[in-house]
Design a protein around this ligand. Structure first.
Ligand code: 4HQ
Length: 249
């Protein structure tokens, strides 16, 4: 997968792209990320990218012409022959697991537009954006953190990036639910013990316990996830029985 980013703060991406899972994916050539400084596409002496809003009011608005030049120079033509253009914005489709998977499967090349200030001239959306994506209902100062969130989530969908085949398999096994609790040493902390089954060495029993715990965690913390028929259909027999017990104790 190849991702190009447009931003006035390219330096924000440097440690992120060098570190951890994303860093390794880039190093291994599984993921290519190119960060472009929007100011490189300005044509005035001061390299300005914003101006006062028509109609007045506070704040500044990012200029359309510089964005349009930049996006077209990175992603010319028509899809699927050119990269898919995503604007990070609170007005976008809310990012969730289904959206991440869809973007990852449908598009091999992306351009991510990271805005700043009070927003971007509406003509940018109209002329050079294919899709708007939001990472949640809160207001940030720029699209850079949302772009990094999207890049990290997408990278995990690229084959070969998430290393351990075992954890991937067990992940999809419990797919769509919250994770079961995790423990490591010591076996007891201030009277809080690790559940016995995890020390039993009985791997089948441990797997059944984890499946049940995933259902319980979801029931207690995110019951809305259990309203989704797709998720219910993906439950194992063990998980179905646990859900029955929770529903009528
Ligand atoms: N932004 N999810 C960029 C966001 C946001 C979000 C606000 C985007 C500021 C300039 N983006 N503008 N939430 O809060 O994606």
């Amino acid at each position: 997968m190849r991702i190009q980013v447009l931003t006035i703060f390219p330096e924000l991406f440097e440690p992120f792209l060098r570190t951890s899972l994303v860093g390794r994916a880039v190093e291994q050539g599984l993921l290519a990320v190119e960060v472009h400084d929007l100011r490189e596409y300005t044509e005035d002496r001061h390299r300005s990218v914003d101006d006062e809003p028509y109609g007045g009011g506070g704040g500044m608005v990012m200029n359309a012409p510089v964005w349009i030049r930049a996006v077209r120079s990175l992603a010319a033509g028509e899809p699927p022959a050119r990269p898919w253009r995503i604007l990070l914005s609170p007005q976008g489709r809310r990012l969730d697991d289904a959206a991440v998977r869809q973007i990852a499967t449908e598009h091999d090349e992306l351009v991510l537009l990271c805005g700043r200030y009070e927003g971007i001239d509406e003509r940018v959306r109209e002329l050079v954006v294919d899709e708007e994506v939001s990472i949640g209902d809160y207001v940030l100062s720029g699209g850079e953190l949302p772009a990094m969130v999207l890049i990290e989530a997408l990278s995990r969908q690229v084959p070969g990036v998430v290393g351990l085949p075992k954890s991937v398999r067990e992940d999809s096994f419990r797919s769509g639910l919250l994770d079961h609790p995790h423990y490591t040493r010591p076996a007891e902390i201030e009277g809080h013990a690790v559940p016995d089954v995890l020390l039993s060495g009985d791997h089948a029993a441990i797997e059944r316990w984890r499946e049940r715990q995933a259902v319980r965690a979801t029931w207690e913390k995110r019951p809305d996830l259990l309203d989704d028929p797709e998720r219910l259909a993906a439950l194992t027999e063990e998980q179905r029985r646990e859900l029955e017990r929770l529903r009528r104790p």
